[in-house]
Design a protein around this ligand. Structure first.
Ligand SMILES: Cc1ncc(COP(=O)(O)O)c(C=O)c1O
Length: 369
């Protein structure tokens, strides 16, 4: 019902398959990671086209693990306190926080208004002999210019967050040393060393490898119930991507005439993003007020959100952190003040997406009267 049914910015789309899998995993009597986890990790690796994936209980936990793993004493080239990490000011907080939580120093860059990502061509300006890592969110699912980023990173021998699996599992699972699985065939782990671990200088003391701690870790594992759902969500992924792209295209085409008010989203020429949402940035605040516009859309039952943090350094949590700012952050400030998004998630039908765009046109008509 136009104006009555809520058009959400995001949500879960699932069917009886997910519900059956959740019940099945609950009946298995083991909520720790198991068969569903193995199937999901394999399926996701296949979908992405990489060697291995490791489950975490959220995207935030995955970022924490990826960055923390690079501080492991097991790496020759590990990150040390005060090493510099290049990252955008307009980011997601939990992509930024692990830099501070690991006593590293954020070196903060501005973004391009249309892509909401850094200008990779400017990356070199931020590099010093203390730069060790580049942390890049692909804002709203819009990929960064990774060719340029990887070229610069290789030239300067700087880490870019990528799979680093041994160590990531240890930080995820309480810091324990054992990363190999115990199966029916190998009850003492694939290494066969489960109860035989000895450490230099500890005499005859043997450790249970599963409870020997290599890192100061966390518990950031999902449960099998979550993964059971994930296994079926993975099967829906190609359709989810298709619907997101369709909804994005509808909004892009139907709203293009409102170019006078808004900066429209753009992606890199080599990218084919499945956007998380449809972002807009108001060009001139004298012509259109973001708060008023979002209240208007919400009154039509269209959910809106501002774009995560905008310039993250303007939020209370970050007022005392030490950073280095490269150039100015005017576009990140602009996102903080003038940007918002509406939903394109697979739960939104074509009709609902057209209603979204119709409401933005309605605002235009109201303003011209
Ligand atoms: C770039 C980025 N990183 C991390 C997250 C957080 O993910 P989660 O809610 O699964 O912790 C989000 C959420 O939107 C995000 O956009």
């Amino acid at each position: 019902m136009p104006g009555e049914t809520k058009i959400r910015y995001a949500g879960a789309v699932y069917g009886y398959e997910e519900i059956n899998a959740i019940i099945d995993s609950a009946l298995n009597g083991w909520f720790g990671l198991g068969n569903y986890a193995r199937e999901f990790e394999k399926g996701l690796a296949h979908f992405i086209g990489c060697k291995e994936t490791i489950l975490a209980n959220s995207g935030s936990s995955a970022s924490l693990l990826a960055i923390t793993s690079l501080t492991s004493w097991q790496l020759v080239d590990r990150l040390k306190p005060n090493d510099e990490v290049i990252t955008p000011a307009c980011t997601f907080p939990t992509m930024f926080n692990p830099i501070i939580q690991n006593n590293l120093k954020p070196v903060v860059l501005d973004i391009i208004p249309e892509t909401y990502n850094i200008d990779a061509e400017n990356l070199s300006e931020a590099i010093t002999n203390k730069t060790r890592l580049i942390v890049l969110p692909h804002t709203l699912g819009n990929p960064n210019d990774m060719d340029t980023v990887m070229k610069i990173a290789k030239e300067h021998e700087i880490w870019v967050i990528e799979d680093n699996s041994k160590i990531i599992k240890s930080f995820r699972d309480w810091g324990r040393a054992c990363y190999c699985e115990s199966t029916e065939k190998n009850p003492f782990g694939a290494c066969g060393m489960r109860f035989n671990w000895k450490l230099e200088g500890k005499g005859n003391l043997t450790y249970d490898h599963k409870y020997m701690y290599n890192h100061i870790g966390y518990n950031l594992k999902p449960t099998e119930i979550q993964v059971a759902m994930g296994v079926h969500q993975l099967k829906r992924l190609p359709d989810f991507i298709k619907i997101r792209k369709r909804n994005f295209k509808i909004l892009f085409e139907e709203l293009s005439i409102l170019d006078k008010y808004f900066i429209f989203p753009e992606s890199h020429k080599k990218a084919d993003p499945s956007w998380f949402a449809f972002p807009l940035t108001i060009r001139d605040v004298k012509k259109m007020d973001r708060r008023e516009l979002c209240l208007f859309l919400e009154a039509q039952n269209i959910e809106t959100r501002y774009i995560f943090s905008g310039n993250i350094l303007r939020h209370p949590a970050y007022k005392n952190i030490k950073t280095k700012i490269i150039g100015n952050l005017k576009n990140s400030d602009r996102v903080l003040m003038n940007s918002f998004f509406v939903g394109i998630y697979p739960g939104n039908s074509e009709e609902q997406t057209k209603f979204n765009s119709g409401s933005l046109h309605l605002k235009d008509i109201q303003m011209s009267v």
